[in-house]
Ligand binder design. Structure first.
Ligand code: SF4
Length: 442
């Protein structure tokens, strides 16, 4: 769960970009992106701590003195029941001994954000890790702190990530009590052998059980995450996963192609040749099958990896793709304000020892050219693309303006980009080559 946007200080923008691209892997060829789950799912969490971390900085020193406006808030809860071997998010097995300390520290961080907040937040995303690993009384306390400390727009979207086996009736009740509008469940697959290949510890039946408990408690929006292109998967198994998911009638579905991240046990085994990827052609077929089946079932394909019933698009993730501002709390949480990106220190013990805002790393202040590049990279993930006026405005700025203009003309001539109803967007073929387009426009 959780997707990360992370990067390294100005000047290392390319590393940020490549990291972001790895999240974008719908399918290898396709791949700009699969997940901003979070630069995402975008954004929001983060890879594991580096071995030799750079010195931590103080966020308060980086923020404008007059206060800041944010569209969203991301909170990272790093606890998991088990560390899945494909996962490079900052998460670890919860020994149940630091949960209370964790929530108390989050409360302090929220007070800092309350001090500088201007305007109202529109969305909350609590990701991880597995936020529902928190004991119910602590999840209750953390959600109360979020509601009480910060100013929210009426009817703000609140999303909490969960793993199916952690959704007890008590947890479901706590989520509903705090008016959580969406719960995002990591289903990943309904095939026991593929769940085993992913090292997921839940059984397929636990997904329906969790959905039932959430519905019973009154949760109106449910997202189910699926992973395709798992070693051992076939197109028939994938079809079966999609059918099983749709039978549960979620309002939203995310389908991500498995990535072999080099800093994970699965990535290492893949590099050694012990695990084989299923191949790009099969991966593309799986993505296309999802697009067909979900469209037939009435889901709108609104982002490369995301589908929603009308009125149920994830506003929080859309704000990432539109490069809006968001606050961040929790170890390794990443935030963005007007071109300033950072991530909180990705070490729980260090984060717990501090007070005030969390110490931060990977602080990056994008210049105009960097902001333009990111806006293109993220905006073209949305199937609606970007308004042509906005594209013109962006093409008038930045050192690479001419390069970008030429690239857009070429991709349009090649049929990878198209203009429809005054918007520039990736064509169906362009979505399969999205990473190439993103690199050229970055
Ligand atoms: S449940 Fe697995 S994939 Fe999700 S954050 Fe935890 S370790 Fe990573």
């Amino acid at each position: 769960m959780g997707f990360a946007i992370c990067g390294h200080i100005v000047g290392q923008f390319m590393s940020l970009f490549m990291g972001a691209l790895s999240l974008f892997g719908v399918c290898p060829r396709a791949s700009i992106v699969d997940s901003v789950k979070h630069i995402l799912s975008v954004t929001t969490s983060l890879p594991m701590a580096p071995t030799n971390p750079p010195p931590d900085l103080q966020l308060a020193d980086q923020l404008p003195g007059e206060g800041v406006r944010g569209d969203g808030m991301y909170v990272h809860v790093p606890f998991c029941r088990h560390k899945c071997h494909y996962c490079d998010f900052y998460s670890f097995v919860d020994a149940q001994d630091r949960q209370e300390e964790f929530v108390a520290r989050i409360e302090i961080e929220l007070q800092q954000w309350a001090r500088v907040q201007r305007g109202e937040l529109q969305t909350l995303f609590v990701g991880g890790g597995t936020p529902t690993m928190l004991r119910p009384e602590l999840l209750d306390r953390m959600l109360s702190a979020l509601r009480g400390a910060l100013k929210w727009r009426a009817g703000a979207e609140w999303t909490v990530e969960a793993n199916p086996e952690t959704v007890s009736e008590h947890i479901a009740h706590v989520l509903a009590k705090h008016c959580v509008t969406r719960v995002s469940l990591g289903a990943q697959s309904f095939q026991p052998e593929l769940l085993a290949a992913l090292e997921r510890t839940h059984d397929p039946a636990s997904v329906a059980r969790a959905v039932g408990r959430l519905r019973q408690a009154g949760i109106k929006g449910i997202n189910l995450d699926l992973i395709y292109a798992v070693p051992g998967a076939t197109i028939d198994l994938w079809r079966s996963d999609l059918q099983a998911t749709m039978e549960l009638n979620p309002e939203h579905m995310s389908c991500y192609g498995l990535m072999f991240e080099s800093n994970t046990p699965l990535g290492v085994r893949h590099k050694r040749g012990e695990v084989k990827a299923i191949g790009e052609d099969a991966e593309v077929q799986m993505h296309e099958l999802a697009a067909r089946m979900l469209a037939d079932a009435g889901y709108e394909h609104y982002e490369i990896s995301n589908w929603a019933k009308p009125g149920h698009r994830c506003q929080h993730n859309i704000s990432y793709w539109k490069n809006h501002n968001w606050f961040a709390a929790g170890p390794a949480a990443s935030g963005h304000i007007d071109g300033l990106r950072w991530r909180n220190v990705p070490r729980l013990a260090d984060w717990l020892q501090t007070s005030g805002f969390a110490p931060v790393q990977d602080v990056e202040r994008l210049d105009v050219d960097g902001q333009v590049g990111e806006t293109f990279m993220m905006g073209l993930r949305l199937l609606d693309g970007m308004a042509c006026e906005r594209v013109d405005e962006l093409l008038a700025k930045g050192a690479r303006a001419t390069v970008r203009r030429i690239a857009i003309a070429k991709f349009s001539a090649d049929g990878l980009l198209e203009q429809v109803d005054g918007r520039l967007r990736l064509s169906a073929r362009g979505r399969m080559l999205a990473s190439e387009v993103a690199i050229a426009l970055l």
